[in-house]
Design a protein around this ligand. Structure first.
Ligand code: SF4
Length: 394
């Protein structure tokens, strides 16, 4: 068996019946679309010229990413779009919350298009505004609301970002969550250990950052379950907590498990395990390195030839890294071939339809955040942009 055969071996085959909505485990990545569409996408993009700017998230399919003017994580892409004011149309190959952020950060004259409106995010869907407002009211009833600063991960809907803007909170990314938590606790510095953060919507990023980077105890983290009365917590538990973690997670990163890490360490002695902080705390504890998608890419680019890596992030990115670095062995950290099914809804047919519609003068699937939500969300985003320095992790 050659090294070239190795990378996708641990992927396994077959359908995973336990996969959550938002994940598909069919045994392979989706088949490529009709190759004739490549020429049509190219022609439509050329016809639009500088009027269109195509953004491609790292987890997108190869057939789509080839048409991206820029690739990156959600925040980098939104900023890149804002830096291209000449582009009338921003075609966002990503998911809904990312297109919303691009709309918030770009000028009113720029129109953001999401090629398939069904490209949502199961994590973002786990925190709805009504649920978060109910939790906030319950914190007032428990007498702690004045001690809490809400912090939301970029992977949340615009109205959750707006909630944070209205209530003294901030947005963070997986690269700067530690800096955002520092900032949030500093807002209530007069309360000392009484200061609290409500972290939305990803409990794993919140817990990993608080415990591993801020030195907060696991026993000082509680989980607010929006499906339970009172979040499933007593007033006393709320009062004692420093981190109130929303019960949300990424259906893709939440799949990675400690036993696969153990298995791969036996199979490939000396393997380096590199995971995203959206993974479960137990998995992160077993990993060698943890960081954002940008951190994962930089780490692999800088790795020595001949080194062996197991990567716990979305499959399209892992596969692309394996293809781009044949001098290193790169394996996926799941036994099954699982990918983000909502991200993968953006395929070539949808991209061609969006681009050709623009050429014909019709803006399809425009994502437009209402002005009040946009104004409040921008407050929380601006607080993030104003955060000092770089993350400890970068
Ligand atoms: S990978 Fe996870 S967080 Fe990212 S869009 Fe898919 S479900 Fe959402």
């Amino acid at each position: 068996m050659s090294l070239v055969d190795l990378p996708l071996l641990p992927l396994g085959k077959g359908r995973d019946l336990d996969a959550e909505r938002g994940v598909e485990c069919p045994g392979d990545l989706p088949a490529a679309s009709d190759p004739d569409l490549v020429a049509r996408a190219r022609a439509a993009k050329e016809a639009l010229g500088e009027r269109v700017f195509v953004l491609g998230h790292h987890y997108q399919r190869d057939e789509v990413i080839q048409f991206a003017d820029v690739t990156g994580d959600s925040f980098k892409l939104a900023r890149d779009a804002a830096a291209r004011p000449a582009a009338e149309f921003i075609v966002f190959c990503g998911v809904h919350f990312m297109a919303e952020s691009a709309d918030i950060l770009t000028s009113p004259s720029q129109q953001v298009v999401l090629p398939d409106l069904a490209a949502g995010c199961s994590m973002a869907d786990m925190a709805r505004l009504r649920q978060v407002e109910d939790a906030w009211d319950a914190m007032a009833d428990a007498g702690i609301q004045d001690s809490v600063v809400p912090v939301t991960y970029m992977n949340s809907s615009a109205d959750i970002k707006a909630f944070c803007g209205r209530n003294g909170g901030v947005v963070c990314t997986s690269s700067n969550a530690d800096v955002a938590l520092d900032w949030a606790f500093a807002q209530k510095a007069d309360l000392g250990e009484g200061a609290k953060v409500l972290f939305l919507p990803d409990q794993h990023l919140g817990r990993n950052t608080a415990v591993l980077q801020m030195g907060i105890g696991l026993d000082e983290c509680v989980v607010w379950d929006p499906l339970q009365p009172g979040g499933g917590l007593t007033a006393d538990e709320l009062r004692k907590a420093r981190m109130i973690l929303w019960k949300g997670h990424c259906s893709v990163h939440g799949r990675f498990s400690e036993d696969v890490v153990d298995e791969l360490r036996v199979k490939h002695p000396g393997i380096n395990v590199l995971v995203h902080p959206e993974c479960k705390h137990e998995v992160v504890l077993k990993a060698d390195l943890v960081g954002s998608t940008e951190f994962i890419i930089k780490t692999i680019e800088a790795a020595e030839p001949g080194t062996v890596w197991a990567i716990g992030t979305e499959l399209n990115l892992v596969k692309r890294l394996a293809d781009a670095h044949p001098d290193k062995t790169i394996v996926f950290l799941d036994r099954n071939v699982c990918y983000c099914s909502t991200m993968n809804r953006i395929d070539l047919p949808h991209l061609v339809w969006a681009l050709e519609s623009l050429v014909a003068g019709t803006v399809v699937n425009r994502i437009s955040v209402d002005p009040d939500t946009e104004a409040d969300a921008l407050v929380a985003l601006q607080r993030m942009l104003d955060l000092p320095g770089k993350s400890h992790r970068d």
